[in-house]
Ligand binder design. Structure first.
Ligand SMILES: CC(C)(COP(=O)(O)OP(=O)(O)OC[C@H]1O[C@@H](n2cnc3c(N)ncnc32)[C@H](O)[C@@H]1OP(=O)(O)O)[C@@H](O)C(=O)NCCC(=O)NCCS
Length: 212
């Protein structure tokens, strides 16, 4: 269960004008934050990158990104504003990121996380990431190891069932009226693809994958 009432956010492609708000969250979240220009370079110069923001109304409350690396989607960054944590924002973004990963043709998603970062590890585990290795002393600020976490095949039945259930739970908890239909339709959707070509477990009211 989330510790606070879940907040309903929209998840959209990141734009250049979002970078100041994104950078504020970045600085509040990481000991070695990316500079603003790194986000700009990613948005303007990296065709293999997809970046998202989560908004509560107009306010940007989280962001996430991935690189499409052949058949792997590599999560490059992921953070929620401190005052919006434990309200489901990370889950909204991860669902969208995994939807994009599948839509751009990735077979799995992978990432590195500090071994001590239990909130992030728990979030990723909940969404089907499993530890597959360690990069010793990966983080140069404190020589901490990185845990490599990777999903099962995104198109596998296990992943589809997991993500459908989590998406339905999240919609129900945020009072989304679509949740009843989603709950009732789970079994019909397993293994299917929605009319827009995206994975069937994805929220209908969010960005179509691959369009960022
Ligand atoms: C990790 C982070 C993105 C999680 O975002 P969030 O919006 O707070 O996460 P959610 O509210 O969607 O929580 C989803 C799940 O994550 C896990 N989780 C989140 N915060 C947690 C905490 N403080 N302790 C334990 N588990 C936690 C739980 O499994 C939770 O599921 P539950 O609600 O069923 O218990 C956020 O803590 C953050 O921005 N941290 C700093 C930046 C960072 O570490 N990024 C990851 C880099 S790899």
């Amino acid at each position: 269960m989330v510790a606070r009432p879940p907040v309903r956010v929209t998840v959209e492609p990141m734009r250049v004008e979002d970078i100041p708000a994104v950078h504020e969250i970045e600085r509040a979240s990481f000991t070695a934050p990316w500079p603003s220009y790194a986000f700009r370079q990613e948005l303007e110069g990296n065709r293999l990158a997809r970046y998202l923001v989560a908004r509560d109304g107009e306010r940007i409350v989280g962001y996430a990104g991935l690189w499409q690396m052949v058949d792997e989607a590599h999560v490059t960054t992921f953070a929620v504003a401190p005052e919006y944590r434990q309200q489901g924002v990370g889950q909204h973004m991860l669902l969208e990121l995994l939807r994009i990963a599948e839509t751009v043709g990735a077979s799995v998603a992978t990432l590195e996380v500090r071994v001590s970062n239990m909130p992030a590890r728990r979030l990723y585990e909940k969404y089907g990431f499993r530890p597959v290795g360690v990069r010793p002393r990966y983080y140069t600020d404190n020589n901490e190891d990185a845990l490599i976490m990777t999903t099962a095949e995104l198109r596998s039945r296990d992943m589809r069932v997991r993500l459908q259930r989590l998406a339905a739970d999240l919609r129900a908890r945020t009072g989304d009226p679509a949740s009843d239909a989603a709950d009732g339709g789970d079994e019909m959707l397993i293994g299917g693809v929605d009319a827009a070509g995206g994975p069937a477990w994805a929220d209908d009211d969010r960005m179509a994958g691959g369009g960022a």
